[in-house]
Design a protein around this ligand. Structure first.
Ligand SMILES: Nc1ncnc2c1ncn2[C@@H]1O[C@H](COP(=O)(O)OP(=O)(O)O)[C@@H](O)[C@H]1O
Ligand SMILES: [Mg+2]
Length: 343
């Protein structure tokens, strides 16, 4: 993994900061079937005009369809301020208000002038199609999306403390000492992941800056965002997907992810385990001197872990099992004693 050069792999690899080292993206057509297949399937449930979102896949496992609204919907929203933009990334995130009722929303623009090839345009359409089908309290809700000559515009729920977790760990190097809070964060993320996996998807880029926080009545909830690197699982292939190129964020990619290999939802669980480790001690295992993932068991430095529950370590180890077949699932992790115990 350390030897990855993004260029050699011709892939979309994100730097840990979130921006792109190289924006050519993986060719996803092999993993997803041909694009006409993907984009001409049954109407996506949960979009405007339909009643209920289905929590399962249809028999074909194909329910994600790109059905953008008329670009005129953009006039429903007024810009308040830009929140996020990085030099090499096509993403611009802007705080907006809905003109009619003053509701705060987020617009994520994927700016076409910064998109270098057609496969990336396809992956933007895939992000819209997938994200708009997801409805869960621990996933940022997408309200609407459209495409015009300039950009894809994704209108979504606003999280009022978006970078809380990533700032805590990466900027202030502060672990989450309060076990109740850590448990609530972990549980929220697992519920979101369990839903995503149950819909036949892999998130594909699980990391702290894609886990947005929202505070209401002094309670913090975590909501998963950013489905730009998601995969649709192939039920015929045992709920796995064949990937052509490695994608994800450097330092946050499960060990089994290689070019031309089959992966499953377990890749997200590895990243969840890593996040839980980071939240508990405010550094990654690989930041410890001389440790690399291939060099042995995940290290738990006594000075940092002696006051923490051994059950927390147990959960992390079950998530970061090198063997994806033996890794705990999101649903199982929700039943793990560290999550269910009230201590
Ligand atoms: N719904 C939202 N509410 C608040 N901030 C958001 C929201 N969506 C994205 N952001 C901010 O924008 C950043 C980039 O958004 P993301 O969807 O992760 O884009 P990218 O695909 O470029 O990583 C997030 O890390 C977060 O800081
Ligand atoms: Mg992101």
């Amino acid at each position: 993994m350390k030897n990855i050069t993004s260029e050699a792999l011709g892939m979309k690899v994100r730097k840990p900061s979130g921006n792109y080292l190289y924006f050519k993206t993986r060719a996803r057509s092999r993993s997803f079937g041909s694009l006409p297949d993907l984009f001409n399937q049954d109407e996506c449930e949960g979009r405007e005009g339909t009643d209920e979102i289905s929590h399962g896949m249809d028999e074909e496992g194909k329910i994600f369809k790109f059905t953008p609204s008329d670009p005129k919907i953009k006039t429903k929203y007024a810009e308040v301020k830009e929140l996020f933009q990085e030099v090499l990334s096509p993403t611009v995130v802007t705080l907006m208000t809905e003109v009619e009722d003053d509701k705060t929303v987020i617009k994520k623009s994927l700016v076409k002038s910064k998109i270098l090839c057609d496969t990336v345009l396809e992956s933007c359409r895939r992000e819209c199609a997938i994200h708009s089908c997801l409805k869960h309290p621990n996933i940022i809700e997408m309200y609407d999306y459209t495409e015009d000559d300039e950009e894809f515009s994704l209108f979504m729920e606003y999280a009022n403390k978006p970078m809380y977790l990533s700032e805590l760990v990466n900027d202030t190097h502060t672990p989450v000492e309060d076990q109740h809070m850590l448990r609530k964060i972990a549980e929220d993320i697992l519920k979101g992941l369990s839903y995503i996996h149950g819909r036949g998807l892999i998130h594909g880029d699980v990391k702290l800056c894609n886990m947005l926080c929202h505070e209401e009545n002094d309670v913090i909830s975590v909501k998963i965002c950013d489905f730009g690197l998601s995969y649709i699982l192939d039920q015929e292939k045992g709920n796995k997907v064949l990937i052509k190129d490695v994608s994800g964020t450097l330092g946050h990619i499960a060990p089994e992810v290689k070019s031309n290999c089959m992966i499953g939802p377990e890749v997200d669980i590895w990243c969840f385990g890593l996040m839980l480790y980071e939240l508990a001690v405010a550094y990654k295992p690989t930041q410890l001197k001389s440790y690399t993932y291939s060099s042995g068991d995940i290290p738990f430095r006594r000075v940092d872990w002696r006051r923490k529950s051994p059950l927390l370590q147990d959960l992390i180890l079950k998530c970061m099992n090198y063997n994806p077949e033996k890794r705990i699932s999101a649903e199982e992790a929700l039943q793990h004693p560290w999550i269910t115990s009230q201590e």
